[in-house]
Design a protein around this ligand. Structure first.
Ligand code: API
Length: 286
C-alpha cells in the first residue's frame, strides 16, 4: 500500500490515497502500526483520503492509538495540498469533508505546489453537552475558566469543540519539553482521560505573550504530546476571546511552527492559516 508522509507545523501523519488504493479494512489497527516511531513509519496517526458526495474529497483521521477523530486542523491542510499537488484537483479553493462537515480551504501555491492553506474551521461549539463535557457553563452558556481539579491542583479550564473536544488552560509560563515537573506530560494524560470529558479530550496549555500572540503546547487525545494541534489552536483562539485574554486575531506559537488564527466576529467562524509539507512517499508492505 502506497502512502505519503506529510506534516503541518510538525503534526505528522501517514496519508493513504483511497482514490487509488483500496481502503484498509481495519484503519484503527493500521493507524496503531504505522504510527509507531520504531516499528512503523512513525506518525501522530493515519489519514485516509477518499471520494465524497458533497466535497472535493473526504478525510478520515485516526490517532496513533487507533481512535477516530471528527476533525484534524493540521491534516486537512495537508489533504488539500495532496489533492492539488498530485493533480486530483486543479482549483485553488477546495472543500474537504470530515465526519459529515464540509471545510472550505484556500490554497497558497508557489512554484506549482501548495505551501500554505487557509481553512474555514467553522463555528466553535460551546454548549457543554455538545463539547461534550460535564463541566458547568457560565451565564453566557460557555465553560470558561471553570474549576477542574486533578489531585491537589486546581485548574481553570475553558471547554470548546471544533468538531472534536478541547480543554484549554492558560498558565503563567509554559515549560520547555523535558523540563522537570513538566505540567504538559504530568497533567496531559489526566486531562485527556478526565471524567469531566466523557469522550476524552485534547488538552491545550497556553502561555499569553500578548493579546495577539500565545505559546501553546498540546497533549492530544489518542496521540500524546504533538508538535502542533490545529483544532487546538482554533480552540485556544476562542478561549482567549471568551476569557478576555486575547484579541480575535492571534498568532499561535507551537513547538513545530506558527499558525495564524481568527475568530471572525461577523460570521462567528474560525479561520486558520498554516503550512503543509510533503515529507516523503513510501510503500507499506500490506
Ligand atoms: N487528537 C485529536 C485529532 C487530531 C487533532 C490535531 N492533530 C489537529 O491538528 O487538529 C482528537 O482526537 O480529537
Amino acid at each position: 500500500m502506497r502512502f505519503t508522509k506529510m506534516q503541518g507545523a510538525g503534526n505528522d501523519y501517514v496519508y493513504v490515497d483511497c482514490f487509488s488504493e483500496t481502503a484498509p479494512s481495519d484503519p484503527a489497527e493500521l493507524a496503531r502500526r504505522v504510527s509507531d516511531r520504531h516499528f512503523g513509519v512513525g506518525a501522530d496517526g493515519l489519514v485516509l483520503i477518499g471520494p465524497s458526495d458533497k466535497a472535493d474529497a473526504e478525510m478520515r483521521m485516526f490517532n496513533a492509538d487507533g481512535s477516530a477523530s471528527q476533525m484534524c486542523g493540521n491534516a486537512v491542510r495537508c489533504v488539500a495540498k495532496y489533492l492539488y499537488d498530485h493533480g486530483r484537483c486543479t482549483k485553488e479553493t477546495l472543500t474537504v469533508e470530515s465526519f459529515g462537515e464540509t471545510y472550505p480551504l484556500d490554497l497558497v501555491v508557489e512554484g506549482g505546489k501548495v505551501t500554505r492553506v487557509r481553512v474555514d474551521m467553522g463555528e466553535p461549539i460551546l454548549d457543554p453537552a455538545k463539547v461534550p463535557t460535564r463541566l458547568k457553563a457560565n451565564q453566557e452558556g460557555a465553560v470558561c475558566d471553570a474549576d477542574l481539579t486533578i489531585g491537589d491542583r486546581l485548574l481553570k479550564v475553558t471547554a470548546v469543540s471544533m468538531g472534536n473536544p478541547h480543554c484549554v488552560e492558560f498558565v503563567p509560563e509554559l515549560p520547555e519539553p523535558g523540563a522537570p515537573h513538566d505540567l504538559v506530560v504530568n497533567y496531559g494524560p489526566h486531562l485527556e482521560n478526565h471524567e469531566m470529558f466523557p469522550e476524552r479530550v485534547n488538552a491545550e496549555f497556553v502561555e499569553l505573550i500578548s493579546p495577539t500572540r500565545v505559546r501553546q503546547r498540546t497533549w492530544e487525545r489518542g496521540s500524546g504530546e504533538t508538535l502542533a494541534c490545529g483544532t487546538g489552536a482554533s480552540a485556544v483562539c476562542v478561549a482567549g476571546v471568551l476569557s478576555g485574554r486575547t484579541e480575535r486575531k492571534i498568532t499561535v506559537e507551537l513547538l513545530g511552527g506558527e499558525l495564524e488564527l481568527e475568530w471572525n466576529e461577523s460570521d462567528n467562524r474560525v479561520y486558520k492559516t498554516g503550512p503543509a509539507v510533503e515529507v516523503f512517499t513510501g510503500e507499506w508492505p500490506e
